[in-house]
Design a protein around this ligand. Structure first.
Ligand SMILES: *[C@@H]1O[C@H](CO)[C@@H](O)[C@H](O)[C@H]1NC(C)=O
Ligand SMILES: *[C@@H]1O[C@H](CO)[C@@H](O)[C@H](O)[C@H]1NC(C)=O
Ligand SMILES: *[C@@H]1O[C@H](CO)[C@@H](O)[C@H](O)[C@H]1NC(C)=O
Ligand SMILES: *[C@@H]1O[C@H](CO)[C@@H](O)[C@H](O)[C@H]1NC(C)=O
Ligand SMILES: *[C@@H]1O[C@H](CO)[C@@H](O)[C@H](O)[C@H]1NC(C)=O
Ligand SMILES: CC(=O)N[C@H]1CO[C@H](CO)[C@@H](O)[C@@H]1O
Length: 918
């Protein structure tokens, strides 16, 4: 521990900054004080100027009133940093502050801030008191703070800054409280500066910056409704900060602003979207990685600037941070997911193909669509209903006129081993008091959100005027259960789709608006899209929920609904199910799944679906998909083909369409398009044993199910920005076409050998782009050498495909070795992993043998589990003999690709098997 004190000044601001970012080992920096306004404002390079007036309409006088510096032109500076990004400065002209540039109004050196007055070692880490003498210009500045630092584990540091005197709202989710570890055992070390207060967390092994708020031009601000802390980044390579729409890599050589306020918003760039995940990962200059999670549920924004640095700016709660040291990206995600909670294991059928659209409008149409897709043999597990199945859009009803016979249709689906999922919106109609039990019981049990003056808040959604359940209320889950149970007896659904849960509201705030108090008109509103108010398209911040105000809980509405829905489904189904939610918050994965909302039927949305899904792997919600062929607007045949090919590799594959667009289910297109789509979905079904095993691995440690290339090739900088290709597990590389009229692709192949899954040719890459011929009927799929994947012949449902033999495809590496595994259980029982009701088989190939070893035999399918074909790719020489379990077995040899192929091994997988080639 070192205690460094300094008095900063203008002339040396740069030196200090450089000292900090270079992480030099000087303990104490004592500088001369100099309060000349011009020099304290002379912050160069300008990338160290931190925004002092983030709200709309800044001006020199507003800036001066805040005690900050105003420069609307670049002062002559010796900065060598490319100045392109200042052309996009729009945050100071009131147009849009989601895109930002260099701030005009920024903090001077020496801005009044906190001093450390006590610093004590504790049995968990440190506790410190931070005192500020003068109030900042933000109302209700809190002058006495306590900082707690917990050495939570070797790889996880937790620190929190709270008001020393008064308890403040804290995010009501359960976080683990492991025993503290000794500082000598951690991967990180902690330093601080006393005055102004700043905290630095370093990676012990390299000195890399994991967190560093010791920035003389970025003071800590801690007012009741304005809390801000900045940190320097180790490098400009960032991932995370969701839910957002855009490329995977956030390039911190540019200015960017991210906003976090759950909103019913078609995914577009630079806007707050459905969910809030204040978590980022930073790949360090040395190519190790760490992650930072800001546990805060208030409206928030994050500024990224090319220092590189990042500023968290929130309007409530406390500053509560978790730092994860990795050092691999994969490890960071594991550490984060283990902290917020391991996701729910999906049922196997959830991995099948799902079909939905808004406005089938009647049962005949629905039947026609189901039939035409089954008639052409589309593998198809789940049919969904959007809101048009309801009677007047009322929850827990179905339209007995237009959907007369819906219960019988569901019975038929069940007979065909298919499933059925219905949509629910949280808004409950209040139009039928005394005649609509969900409303009447809700009133009686007090479960609806109330407005500031204590009346039930009324908004407006599909059914017209609606009230909103408060899922934090102790009566809410049993209230929700009652209707869910009763309705399940009427319509035996298999899963629930919880939409509109930001929550969405067609009138802002409530049918009578909101108050003008500081929860509805806070002194600062992050740069969220809309009209600049928090209540835009949602409820009033001043609305009251059981646990706290809507102001505090808004971003968690979807999470709380998912928690209640998860519990309800467990009670009704007593099996694994799906509850797919639009709005999400950290820890959501424990309770449910996600789809990326109302994406448009465009090529751009096709592309951005990939980074969207990869982000949710990092956010601990691996079961995620985008609406295949696009939700809004008319799709077209080529787009829908390409989207079906890519969607076949989403963890969650659902073709879903809005009400007024043309049909886009596979059966709607021409014969050749149908055939291509069918092949793509069959390809998916055949690979589900492998995908399901990835979900098992996710259960063990939170590992992603699909991955960016960088996760598997972190040493290769070229992979960091790649978000048009991705991996299943770390062994199957997917390289889709994402552009119209394109039949050739330049795809990146990280160094190593890659087998084309279709023609089995091996491409040996030195880490560069290759040209792939990709006609309309093709998606590129490559098996990374050294891996064995289990697969099955496809069938029309997963219930049927699961009965087929397991086949193996082994891609040998240069040492003639490969490994893989298969997880198999009954597909939907609860906690089969905890109860060991599963079978796990490890496959190993090594120097002329390939064998399977049963690690656990906790599940024995009735139909046995047989080994079908075996393909061994990349064999060094043609064998003369092949033995399977010590008996000679016929095999085929492909000379062009050096492959052994056994058509049907036909041995049980529940016992060890061995293949030897001589
Ligand atoms: C700050 O709060 C702590 C805890 O209540 C108290 O011990 C300390 O005296 C306070 N310091 C000041 C300067 O108010
Ligand atoms: C829960 O509902 C009951 C009526 O069933 C009501 O008496 C009670 O006050 C409610 N609980 C709360 C905390 O509002
Ligand atoms: C709360 O709702 C009642 C009934 O609609 C309304 O009269 C009152 O003005 C509302 N209060 C606020 C603060 O919106
Ligand atoms: C194959 O033979 C070896 C020794 O000859 C024996 O140890 C092994 O158990 C046999 N394996 C099977 C699967 O029969
Ligand atoms: C597999 O072997 C069993 C006997 O062990 C036999 O009954 C069955 O017909 C064989 N299946 C195939 C597809 O060859
Ligand atoms: C330049 C080139 O290789 N073009 C190929 C693109 O893809 C089409 C159809 O798949 C091929 O016919 C072209 O030769």
């Amino acid at each position: 521990m070192m205690i460094a004190a300094y008095v900063s000044s203008a002339a040396t601001a740069l030196a200090l900054l450089c000292h900090v970012i270079a992480a030099a080992e000087e303990d104490v920096v004592v500088l001369n004080s100099d309060n000349d306004q011009n020099t304290i404002c002379d912050v160069n390079p300008y990338v160290y100027r931190f925004d002092c007036h983030p709200e709309y309409y800044s001006s020199p006088s507003r800036c001066n009133n805040r005690g900050c510096c105003w420069r609307d032109t670049l002062s002559s500076s010796s900065s060598s940093i490319n100045d392109d990004s200042i052309n996009t400065i729009v945050n100071n002209d009131g147009k849009s502050s989601s895109k930002i540039g260099r701030p005009y109004c920024y903090f001077p050196v020496n801005y009044p801030s906190y001093k450390v007055t006590q610093w004590a070692e504790t049995n968990y880490g440190y506790r410190a008191v931070l005192i500020k003498e003068a109030s900042s210009p933000w109302p209700n500045d809190i002058l006495n703070l306590t900082l707690y630092i917990w050495f939570q584990s070797q790889t996880v540091l937790h620190f929190k800054i709270v008001d020393s005197k008064n308890a403040r709202y804290e995010v009501p989710i359960e976080m683990p409280k492991p025993p503290a570890v000794k500082p000598s055992t951690t991967d990180y070390s902690v330093e601080y500066f006393s005055s102004p207060f700043g905290l630095k967390v370093l990676r012990k092994s390299t000195g890399a910056t994991l967190f560093n708020s010791i920035i003389s031009t970025a003071p800590l601000i801690y007012a009741d409704q304005f809390l801000q802390i900045s940190t320097l980044l180790d490098s400009p390579w960032l991932y995370g900060l969701g839910e957002n729409y855009g490329p995977l890599l956030i390039d911190a050589t540019q200015y960017r602003k991210f906003t976090f306020w759950a909103r019913d918003q078609i995914p577009i760039m630079h806007s707050n979207l459905y969910g809030a995940h204040p978590f980022y990962m930073n790949i360090e200059k040395s190519k190790e990685a760490h992650g930072v999670f800001f546990l805060n549920s208030n409206a928030m924004e994050v500024d990224v600037q090319p220092a590189p640095a990042l500023t968290f700016r929130t309007i409530g709660g406390v500053l509560d941070f978790y730092i994860f040291t990795g050092p691999t990206l994969e490890n960071v995600v594991q550490q984060y997911v283990q902290t917020i909670g391991i996701p729910a294991m999906p049922p196997f059928w959830g991995l099948g193909f799902h079909l939905c659209r808004w406005k089938y409008n009647n049962i005949d149409r629905l039947k026609t669509i189901i039939k035409r897709n089954k008639d052409i043999g589309i593998p198809y597990d789940v049919q969904w209903s959007d809101i048009d199945y309801m009677e007047n859009e009322k929850l827990w009803t179905y339209d007995k006129v237009n959907y007369n016979g819906l219960p019988q249709l569901i019975d038929q689906l069940h007979k065909d081993t298919m499933k059925y999922i219905i949509i629910l919106d949280p808004g409950i109609s209040d139009k039928y008091p005394g005649r609509y039990p969900p409303y009447d019981r809700g009133v009686q049990q007090n479960v609806f959100i109330r407005n500031y003056t204590g009346h039930i808040l009324q908004g407006q959604v599909w059914p017209g005027p609606t009230v909103y359940p408060d899922f934090t209320h102790p009566n809410a889950t049993s209230w929700w259960l009652k209707d869910a149970e009763d309705f399940h007896k009427v319509l035996p659904y298999d899963g629930l789709w919880i939409d509109m849960n930001e929550p969405s509201n067609f009138v802002s705030g409530s049918s009578v608006g909101c108050t003008m108090n500081n929860l509805d008109r806070p002194p600062f509103v992050p740069a969220i899209s809309g009209d600049g108010t928090l209540e835009f398209k949602t409820l009033c911040g001043s609305a009251r929920q059981h646990v706290s105000t809507h102001y505090n809980l808004h971003n968690m509405y979807g999470l709380h609904e998912a928690m209640a829905t998860h519990e309800v489904l467990l009670k009704i189904m007593k099996k694994r199910s799906l509850s797919v939610s639009r709005s999400t918050f950290p820890s959501h994965g424990k309770y449910g799944q996600h789809w990326t909302g109302d994406v448009r039927a465009t090529w751009t949305d096709l592309y951005y679906s990939i980074p969207g899904l990869l982000n949710f792997q990092m956010f601990g919600i691996p079961f995620v998909g985008a609406d295949v062929c696009g939700f809004s607007g008319n799709s077209n045949e080529e787009l829908c083909i390409r989207w079906t090919q890519l969607g076949a590799f989403y963890p969650f594959m659902r073709n879903h369409n809005d009400g007024d667009s043309i049909d886009q289910d596979p059966g709607a297109w021409g014969t050749s398009a149908q055939k291509i789509m069918k092949e793509a979905i069959e390809l998916r079904y055949s690979l589900l044993p492998f995908m399901y095993t990835q979900f098992y691995l996710n259960q063990l440690d939170g590992s992603p199910v699909i991955r960016p290339l960088s996760f598997a090739f972190q040493a290769d900088v070229e992979t960091y920005k790649i978000d048009k290709q991705f991996l299943w597990g770390s062994s199957l590389l997917i390289s889709p076409i994402l552009e119209r009229g394109k039949f050739n692709l330049t795809a990146y192949f990280p160094s190593g050998g890659w087998y084309d899954v279709f023609n089995h040719f091996k491409l040996t890459s030195v880490g560069r782009y290759y040209y792939l011929n990709t006609p309309l009927n093709k998606i590129n799929l490559h098996l990374r050498e050294g891996n064995i994947i289990p697969w099955q012949q496809s069938a029309v449902t997963t219930a049927k495909s699961r009965k087929n033999a397991i086949n193996l495809m082994a891609g040998l590496d240069t040492k003639q070795a490969a490994t893989g595994q298969l997880f198999w259980d009954d597909g939907d029982s609860l906690d089969t992993i905890g109860k060991k009701l599963y079978t796990l088989i490890k496959f190993t190939a090594s120097r002329g043998t390939l064998y399977g070893k049963v690690q656990l035999k906790g599940y024995r399918p009735v139909d046995e589990l047989r080994l079908g074909s075996i393909a061994i790719l990349g064999v060094d020489r043609k064998p003369t003999t092949l033995l399977l379990n010590n008996k000679t077995k016929e095999f085929q040899w492909r000379d062009d690709v050096n492959e052994i192929f056994i058509t049907n091994a036909n041995v049980t997988l529940l016992e060890e098997f061995t293949t030897v080639w001589i």
